[in-house]
Design a protein around this ligand. Sequence first.
Ligand code: HEC
Ligand code: HEC
Length: 376
Amino acid sequence: MRFAVVLLLMLTGCSKPEPVYQWPLAEGFPQPVVPAANPMSAAKVELGRHLFYDTALSANQQQNCASCHQQQHAFAEPTKVSSGSTGQLHRRNASALVNIAYNNSLTWAHDGLTHIESQLLIPLFGDNPIELGAGGHEQQILSRLQRTPYPELFAAAFGDSQADFRRVVDAPASFSRSLLSFNSRFDRYAYQQDDSALSAQELLGLNLFFSEKLECHHCHGGFNFTQATSHERQPLDRRPFHNTGLYYVSRPDLAGKGYPQHDTGLSEVTLNPADDGRFRAPTLRNVAYTAPYMHDGSLATLEDVIEFYAAGGLQSEINGELSDGRLHPLKSSFVRGFKLTDEEKQALLAFLHSLSDEQFVSNPAYSNPWPQAATH
Ligand code: HEC
Ligand code: HEC
């Protein structure tokens, strides 16, 4: 009898089912697909949030994920490019983390990075540039994760209190996936049947955005305003990378011209010169919070972005040389340039602002869980 009770306790103790994770999704939106090796759970998201905001993750304790991914900027940051924990400059602008659970490719230009778990190895261990600089300091970092409340958080998320780097990657990946934004005024108009949610000016902008004249929707399409989306109802992997005509300068390695050699986009990964200057079209949700724009933060404002598309590319000067991205032979045929009246430009701008979700940038579930003195 006693034996049976103990056995029963053991059985129920061992097979305690993980409560099913509730995606904070508005009705009608598909669920993201998550790697089988790292299923979502509320406990893992909570551990991930603590790690995301903890400078213990960087070797010199100067930086955490939130140094470069700031909530009030939709988890982007207001500098052209990021700088790492030792001060080295990154060549790119920090990606906004908005609905990235749906992204089928990660970073600005990589068709092989399809899981957040693998992408996170770059800020943690990468040395070109050093971001968190964890490489060679693993034991030191793990020993910092012995302090309260980590043992309980690890135990709740993984069943025991041990910290290892697999868990230190999986939990922030789950937290990153939990950052969902579906509460803009555009959403109220488009998905919640609130016809008054958008003004006449914003509707004019919406119609321009989806027009064949501007073509914005070709690359910023679907409910996330990016082609780089897959989910339970759309597993399709469409290539979301485009050359928008930002640059065209001398490239000794090509014996010709192209994007500047320090960042040629997808071609770096595929080694195919036809991919020169191709970058991922990012989501435009919350784009008003994420200035400056483009992979290198080269366009300061949304007005500049609209002028850029109206001109059909960018004219600039790079190291004394005139760069005319409009002439790049690999520029997408959807970036042809167009003429808009001032009123229409303002309307397009107003539409882009209607994609802002104020709750997302202030949601306490996404914010720093630590008492303020303990971080930064
Ligand atoms: C030094 C600044 C910096 C730090 C620290 C940093 N990131 Fe990033 N993050 C970036 C930049 C820059 C990119 C774009 C990289 C690229 O395109 O090559 C990026 C891209 C990402 C992406 C890809 C998003 C997408 O939609 O493609 C994710 C996810 C991400 N970071 C999460 C994190 C997490 C989690 C941490 C902490 C473990 C972290 N980052 C630490 C700067 C940083
Ligand atoms: C051919 C595909 C394509 C079309 C058409 C297109 N975009 Fe883009 N968009 C991109 C790509 C790719 C990027 C990133 C480029 C880079 O960083 O080099 C981008 C970047 C942006 C950004 C900056 C986002 C950020 O987070 O930095 C904004 C804003 C934007 N586009 C708005 C628009 C608007 C408005 C239109 C219509 C006038 C439009 N796009 C048309 C592909 C496109």
